[in-house]
Design a protein around this ligand. Structure first.
Ligand SMILES: NC(=O)NC1=NC(=O)NC1=O
Length: 169
């Protein structure tokens, strides 16, 4: 659908389509309904980015905590969202060797224990080797570095999800 079709959707249809552009934070899509009409796809991106940037720190941390870990329990248990499942599959996280799977589990645990939210990276822009390498390196970062990086990765993931739903202009 193009941006004018987006603007003409009923709230229910809009919410069904865009509700998970920010993983398990449907309130963001619901809030952005008030920003219509969007002038362009980029206008939607900017509106979402500004909404996220305007959240309090605790609001941002809550948003980060809604993301499932990469190759984590949700992937193993088949409880990932459709979008996350597609993104993680595309990065090769469903076909890890056993040593890779145990390594990412160990690093994810170390990361969560250090920062209080899961390691987040845009899987569609990476592959399993780069994800493992980034996770390992990011475990050594300071809190503020990871907090800011994670928010920017959330935006990248969101932009790709919105782009997939709306024809580019
Ligand atoms: N923890 C994560 O990085 N999760 C994710 N990255 C993606 O690209 N999609 C996800 O669900």
């Amino acid at each position: 659908m193009d941006i004018s079709a987006v603007n003409n959707l009923s709230f229910e249809d809009y919410f069904n389509v865009f509700g998970n552009v920010v993983e398990k934070s449907p309130f963001i899509a619901a809030a952005l309904w008030s920003r219509r009409p969007f002038n362009s796809l980029n206008d939607m991106h900017v509106a979402i980015d500004h909404f996220i940037d305007d959240l309090t720190e605790s609001g941002k941390v809550g948003l980060l905590r809604c993301y499932s870990e990469l190759a984590g329990r949700d992937l193993q248990g088949g409880t990932l969202s459709r979008e996350s499942q597609e993104e993680q599959a595309q990065a090769g996280l469903y076909t890890l060797q056993s040593w890779e799977a145990s390594h990412i589990t160990q690093l994810n645990t170390k990361y969560w224990e250090k920062f209080g939210f899961p390691f987040i990276i845009c899987a569609r822009m990476n592959d399993k080797d780069r994800i493992l390498q980034q996770l390992s390196e990011c475990c050594r970062n300071e809190y503020v570095v990871e907090f800011l990086r994670a928010i920017e990765e959330v935006k990248k993931i969101c932009h790709l999800r919105v782009q997939a739903l709306v024809l580019t202009d």
